[in-house]
Design a protein around this ligand. Sequence first.
Ligand SMILES: [Cu+2]
Length: 118
Amino acid sequence: MRKSTLFGILPLLLVLATGEASAHAMLDHAEPRVGNKVAAAPREVTLWFTQKLEPAFSAITVTDSAGQRVDTGKTRVSGSQMSVSLRQGGNGTYHVTWHVLSVDTHASDGNFTFDVAQ
Ligand SMILES: [Cu+2]
């Protein structure tokens, strides 16, 4: 390995190693709330995290009870919060899947459901 390559990688390795001590971005709360039942299909889903997020590497996908994507595919990130708009959907169980990269360079992901029942 050339010396210049090594010097390029070292700072990244240091960041990855020392960042391990801090917490990852965890889901703090969501709207609609995790596991909750709502009376009407929401127009958007918003998630709040415990750390600021890197917009380029953070996204939400939402599927309806038939497994069809109902999100618009354009997740908006603002600080530690991200949202995605939904197409008009029907009743049933919605699955929300998210992945984020927090500003401490750590990736995390998760999923939850909420129910729409008129
Ligand atoms: Cu972390």
